[in-house]
Write a protein of this length. Sequence first.
Length: 758
Amino acid sequence: MDDPFDLGSDEPPSLAAPPAYLDGLNPAQRQAVEATDGPVLVLAGAGTGKTRVLTTRLAHILDSGLAYPGEILAVTFTNKAAREMRERIGRLLGRSVEGMWLGTFHAIATRILRRHAELAGLKSNFTIIDTDDQIRLLKQVMAAHQVDEKKWPARVLIGIIQRWKDRALTPDKVAEAEGADFAHGRAVALYREYQQRLETLNAADFGDLLLHCLTLFTNHADVLADYQRRFRYILVDEYQDTNVAQYLWLRLLARQHRNICCVGDDDQSIYAWRGAEVGNILRFEEDFPGARVVRLERNYRSTGHILGAASGLIAHNRGRLGKTLWTEDDGGEKVVVRGVWDGEEEARIVADEIEALQRREHPLSQMAVLVRASFQTRAFEERFITIGLPYRVIGGLRFYERLEIRDAIAYLRVIAQPDDDLAFERIVNRPKRGIGDSSLQILNRAARAAGLSMTATAEELLTTDELRGRARTGLETLITHFARWRTMAATVTPAELARTVLDESGYTAMWQADKSVEAPGRLENLKELVNALEEFESLEGFLDHVGLVMDNNDAADGDMVNIMTLHGAKGLEFDTVFLPGWEEQLFPHQRALDESGQKGLEEERRLAYVGITRARRKAFVLHAASRQVYNQWNSQAPSRFLDELPGEHVERRSDLMGSGMRDQPMNFDFDASRPSFGRRASNYGRYVDARRQQTTLDMEPVSVTYAEHEEGTFAVGGRVFHQKFGYGRIRAVDGNKLDIAFEKAGNKKVMDSFVQPA
C-alpha cells in the first residue's frame, strides 16, 4: 500500500521565464493563479473559466517549486472533476503528476481513516455503507427500541441523522430538543445506538467519513499536526457547497500554513437541502483575516442578454458578496418569457421550438429542458414520445443502485469484510437456500447475544442443533463458499473472482431461470459489472470506488434532448435552454418559502440564476396559467422572478392574449403586503380574464364560431364538434371546461363555448 506521507520524487524545476500555461489568462484569472501566499477566495461566476484557474494554479505551484506533489491537498465534489483536473495538470506541465492528494472530501477522508482506523474505533478494512444499508440497519435499531417504523419511517430518521452529521454533531453533541418531533423524542437515543451498531459492524456511512476525521483530529493532536505540516497548499472547488463538517475539517488542516485557496460562487449555492451552508463562503474573510478576494466576472459562455437577465435577477438577493458578469461577445437574442395555458401546452410549445431549431441543424444534445420539480418531466416525456423526438432524462437510477448489482456487490463485500452483517443478510437467501425469516431471527438473536457478526455466528450455529433441514444445509454451503472465495481473492483478479462468485452462488442461474422481461437486462448488467471490475487491481479498491462514486454516467448515446432538474444541471451548459414552470408556489417553491422564509427565497432565486446561466445562445422561460399537480388542476400566478428580469434583456410573449396583445410586455406587480413569501400578482384577475379570451390552445389565433348553450347541455360521453379540432367525445366536465378526446387531435381541454353537440 502506498505511503500517503511519501512526498513524491519529482524535483521542482527552476522558473526561468513566464511559463506557457499563463498565456491566455485574463488579468483576474492570472491574479488568482499567482496569488500563492496566504488565504485566497476566488469568486468565480458562471462560465468564467473556474476550472482553468484551478488547474493552472496547481500547475503553477508545482512548476514554481513552492511544493512537492505530496504537499498539496486539492478537494473536489465529484470523482469526475478530480480526474479531469489531474489530466489537465499533466497536460499543462507536460508530464504526469503523482502523489497529490486530489479527490472528493469523502475519498480523502477515507484515505486518512484507512491509515488511522483504530484511533477512530474502526478496523482498517471497514465497510462504507450506502443509503439502502443505512435504512436496513436503522430498521433493526428501531425494532429493538419498539419504534413503529410505519409511523416513524427509517428513511426520515436517516435524513435527520445525516443533517446532524453534516453539522459535525456526534450523538453526545446533539441537543435532546432537536429530536423531539421524531418517535416521541427518541431520535438522539436511536442515533446513539445506530452509531454503536456501525462500530460493531466495522462500518461507516458517508456522514461518518468526515465526522470520524474530525473526532480523530480533535482527540489526537499529533495526527492533526502531521497533516497540518504536510499540506502546504490546500485548494477547494465549489466552496459554496461545503457543509459545516467539511468547513471545520478544512479550517483545521489549513491552520498552520494558511495557504488555502477556495474557489466558488455564492450566487450558485443551491444545495442547502443536503447540508450546504452558503455562510461558509460569505464569511471567508472573517475566518481567514487578510484573505485576498479575486472576482472572475468575464464570462466566456453566454451572450450579453442572457448574462444581463441573470445578473439583474440575482441582484435582488441580499446575502451575496457581489459581482457582475460581462462578456466581450455581442448581445445575442433576448431571453424569451412566454405565458401559456397549461403544462400540456407548455410541453407542446417547447417541442415545436425544439423541432424548429433541429430543422436549422441545431443539435438536440445541445438543448435542455430544466425543471424545478421532477413531476414536471412527465408532460415533456409524453409529448416527445408522441412526436418521436429522442430525449434522455438525466438523473435516473444509477448503475450501482440496481437490484442485481447491489446483490452482487454484497457478495463481494462479505468476502472483503466478514463482519459486514448488512451485506450478509441481503444475500444469505438470495438465491433461495431455505433460510427463511425464522432462521434469520435465530441467527440475529444468537449474534446479538454473543456480540458476534452474523458470519461468525453462522459458523458457530453449524456446530449446534438450532438450525435443521434446508436452512442448515444452505447456510453450511454458503459459509463453505465464502471461505473458498476469500482464499481465491488473494490469488485471482477481482473480475475473475466475481465471475466465480456469481456462478458458484447460483445467482447467475437464478436470473437465467427467471422468465420475466427484466431478467435478460439484469444478466447484461451483471456482465457489465464484471467488465467494470477488470479495471481494478484489488477488491478493496473496487469496493471503495463503489462506496464513493458520485458520478451519474448517462449511458444513452446519440443526439437527444436533455431533460433534468435545475439542481442536476449545475455545472453543465447548453446552446439552448428551456425553463418551464416559472410560477408562484412551483418556482419559487412554496415548501422552500414555508420552511426557510427569506433564506429559502434567496436560494430559489440562485437556482433561477443557475438555470438561466446554463444557456450559451438562447434561453426560453415559460409559465402556465394552470397546472396539474398530483392529479389536481391549480390556477397559477406568474413567478415573482419574472418581474425581476430586466426589461432590456427580455422579450415577453403570451399565448394567452389576443394577437394584438401577444407581443406586449406583461407586468407582474406583486402585493408586498401579503404575509409570508407566497405573494400573488395584483393584476392576476386581469391575467385570468385575458386567458378566458383565448380563442384556441394553438399558437396562432383562428376564426371560431361562438355558440349559445343552455346550462347542463354537455355531459360525459357526449359527442361534440370543435371548429379547429373536429369531432370528439367528452371525458370530463368541470364547470364550463370540458376535457375532450378528439378523434384526430387527441385529448384537449376547451371552454364549452367553443364546441357544439354533434
